[in-house]
Design a protein around this ligand. Structure first.
Ligand SMILES: Nc1nc2c(c(=O)[nH]1)N[C@@H](CN(C=O)c1ccc(C(=O)N[C@@H](CCC(=O)O)C(=O)O)cc1)CN2
Ligand SMILES: [Mg+2]
Length: 293
């Protein structure tokens, strides 16, 4: 029976550490960390995540600068918003909630964020440094960083282990694979064109599931004792719930927990860690700024 990795609890402890760091920065350096949270449009899921981020900022004493733009805003408007935030000294982190509406070039917007304020770690220069041996980005993307922190705080060693990442997105799959390689794991990436994913997944000591497919990874795909980090947040119908749906991961949790050594649940696993890592990156950015002035 697997040990359940309590992401919500771990994120709560990290938030307490961050609140202390914010207090220290404010009292000793006169610096209140500021995070600009930019959302374009009315997507329900994005609105929820942004609300959670702003609430978490308030809880630890980070000042959130809230920018809500209508869904039909022009690319130029979003770009100018970012450029203004780049030069605002009260802003130490800039987060543009993804996905952006289809008429806006996401790559262009992400590349316009100052690398010193890129707390999501999605700027091509930060990702490029993440991909280079012997180089470190200013910021590591929040969900991948949260996955590694869950492993670390659960006492799971990475060096020398076989790790499989399921999924190759820019937000999770690719950067988490890069992080694992840097931590000396032997890493395979399984994706939609991999002919026999089970044959690769079942050899892994560490599985990071970020495919976006509900219950894709079955119990008998998992090596006994493996550590399973489930990044999936898939909505499935559930008439027994008040809202008519519930969230499930990419891993068939009930059967997987009988085989794995550790497993993170959905909800309450990686999700809360994503937000904790965003706060961490913002405070690190404010500290860096205070050291430069
Ligand atoms: N600019 C960014 N956009 C997006 C990111 C990101 O890191 N930066 N990641 C995802 C969404 N995301 C944060 O933005 C995110 C997703 C899920 C959670 C979370 O805590 N989920 C809870 C369940 C919440 C619920 O009930 O709906 C959980 O898993 O326990 C936090 C953040 C895409 N966009
Ligand atoms: Mg687009």
């Amino acid at each position: 029976m697997a040990q359940i990795i309590d992401g919500k609890g771990i994120a709560g402890s990290i938030q307490k550490e961050i609140a202390e760091d914010v207090n220290f920065l404010s009292n000793n350096c006169g610096k209140v960390p500021g995070l600009a949270v930019v959302i374009v449009g009315e997507r329900k899921d994005s609105q929820t995540y942004v609300r959670m981020k702003r609430k978490a900022c308030a809880e630890v004493g980070i000042k959130s600068i809230d920018i809500d733009l209508p869904g039909d805003s022009s690319e130029e408007t979003v770009l100018q918003t970012v450029l203004d935030l780049n030069t605002n000294p009260q802003v130490h982190g800039i987060l543009v909630q993804l996905p952006l509406p289809l008429h806006i070039n996401e790559e262009k917007i992400l590349a316009s964020i100052s690398i010193e304020k890129d707390v999501d770690g999605f700027h091509p220069l930060n990702i490029g440094k993440l991909a280079m041996k012997g180089r470190e980005p200013l910021f590591v993307p929040c969900t991948p960083k949260g996955c590694i922190e869950l492993l670390r705080r659960s006492g799971i060693s990475i060096s020398g282990k076989k790790a499989v990442v399921v999924g190759r997105s820019n937000i999770v799959g690719l950067p988490v694979a890069l992080l694992l390689v840097k931590l000396d794991a032997t890493v395979s990436i399984v994706h939609t064109r991999t002919p026999d994913p089970k044959s690769i997944i079942c050899e892994a000591d560490i599985i990071i599931a970020a495919a976006g497919q509900a219950n894709m990874i079955k119990g008998n795909w998992i090596k006994p004792g493996a550590a399973v980090i489930d990044v999936g947040t898939n909505v499935v119908d559930d008439p027994s719930r008040k809202l008519g749906y519930r969230l499930v991961g990419d891993v068939a949790f009930e059967e997987a927990k009988e085989v794995a050594g550790w497993i993170s649940p959905v909800p309450g696993g990686v999700g809360p860690m994503t937000i904790a890592m965003l706060l961490r990156n913002t405070v690190d950015s404010a500290r860096r700024a205070s050291e430069q002035t």
